[in-house]
Design a protein around this ligand. Structure first.
Ligand SMILES: Cc1cc2nc3c(=O)[nH]c(=O)nc-3n(C[C@H](O)[C@H](O)[C@H](O)COP(=O)(O)OP(=O)(O)OC[C@H]3O[C@@H](n4cnc5c(N)ncnc54)[C@H](O)[C@@H]3O)c2cc1C
Length: 320
């Protein structure tokens, strides 16, 4: 077993994902502790421009093949499984995204590397990794040790700072053809989300509303507050599911990831899937009538209060 820490690079439209940079930063630190290297593993077809963004890695393994031009679980598995078996990295870090979960589960089953899913932190103890995981949608916090000290982690977005993984430089690139290919699943087409009226990822002030708003008619109160603050309205998933606001306003795991200067969370409980999309906001203020709501764990300021009292009062103060 080597001391190397691999990062499976996620990319789309020629751009490396934010989550990949988070993993690269962590990989550098961990590989140092294991006496190995941080290795960026990028799968695709003719993806040389991507490697210029991977300067935080000590080394790049580029698996290049037309069958890897678009992600499919089978093509990625076929390329990765023989390589992991042969080179035996200490850790394989994968973003806890739809793609990452598809990759990690199959890779774990095929290689026998145990999988620590929903990882939010990785430390080392006695030269071995110890992984903090949020299980059952954050209701259980587990600390995981791998039996023989090696494993795969799917890491929740926002667990590590992305800036640590962004570096200029051109590490050595080893380009390989996949040892095996598997085209049982073929890429059809990418269905992009509908273009929204407002791009919440670019707004500096977001007033986000959750199920605590009670009913659709109350959304107007939140829109008035957002207008008074010069911001835009965002939502938790139940609000988008109910059709009270468009899907393009949804923040979180299956929505958008936002990083505004101010995130005002109104009647949002703070489920891990929601936090994943907003915990990097510069200033988080939460209003929730349950003082034990998990959102207060990430909020910089909070009020345990009824939002139907606070929101109109705030709007009146701002516009009065
Ligand atoms: C695979 C997967 C993907 C998911 N993706 C997302 C995602 O992208 N985004 C997302 O948001 N969720 C997502 N979820 C759902 C997530 O798990 C939660 O169910 C959801 O975030 C809860 O939304 P909420 O906080 O609005 O509602 P709730 O959890 O119901 O919380 C409502 C909160 O409002 C408070 N409240 C009630 N009345 C008032 C009042 N009058 N004044 C003040 N506070 C009040 C309550 O105390 C409560 O804390 C996903 C789940 C899964 C399984």
């Amino acid at each position: 077993m080597s001391g190397d820490v691999w990062v499976i690079v996620e990319h789309r439209d020629g751009a490396v994902s934010e989550g990949t940079f988070e993993l690269l930063g962590a990989a550098g630190r961990l590989a140092g502790a294991f006496g190995g290297q941080a290795v960026a593993v990028v799968l695709g077809s003719a993806m040389s421009p991507l490697t210029a963004d991977l300067g935080a890695a000590d080394r790049i393994i580029a698996i290049d093949d037309p069958t890897l031009a678009e992600f499919t679980p089978t093509s990625y598995q076929a390329a990765l499984v023989p390589l992991v078996r042969e080179r035996e990295p200490r850790l394989v870090l994968v973003a806890n995204t739809g793609v990452g979960m598809d990759v990690a589960g199959g890779l774990s089953a095929a290689t026998g590397y145990p999988l620590a899913a929903y990882a939010t932190g990785i430390e080392t103890e006695g030269g071995a990794p110890v992984v903090s995981c949020q299980l059952y949608a954050g209701k259980i916090a587990a600390r995981v040790r791998f039996r023989d000290g090696r494993g795969i982690c799917t890491v929740v977005a926002g667990s590590f700072p992305a800036d640590a993984g962004r570096a200029a430089g051109s590490p050595e690139v080893e380009t390989l053809a996949p040892a095996t290919t598997d085209a049982r699943i073929r890429f059809g087409r990418l269905i992009r989300p509908e273009a929204g009226d407002v791009d919440i990822t670019r707004e500096s002030i977001l007033v986000a509303v959750g199920r605590g708003i009670g009913e659709a008619d109350n959304i107007g109160l939140v829109e008035e507050l957002a207008a008074a603050l010069g911001g835009a309205v965002a939502a938790s998933r139940p609000i988008a599911d109910a059709g009270w606001l468009p899907r393009t306003r949804q923040v979180g795991k299956s929505g958008l990831r936002v990083k505004p200067r101010l995130y005002l969370a109104l009647g949002i409980s703070g489920a891990p899937e929601h936090l994943e999309g907003m915990r990097d906001a510069e200033l988080i203020i939460a209003i929730n009538n349950d003082p034990r709501a998990p959102i207060f764990g990430v909020a910089h300021y909070g009020a345990a209060a009824d939002l139907l009292d606070v929101v109109p009062a705030l709007t009146a103060r701002l516009t009065g």
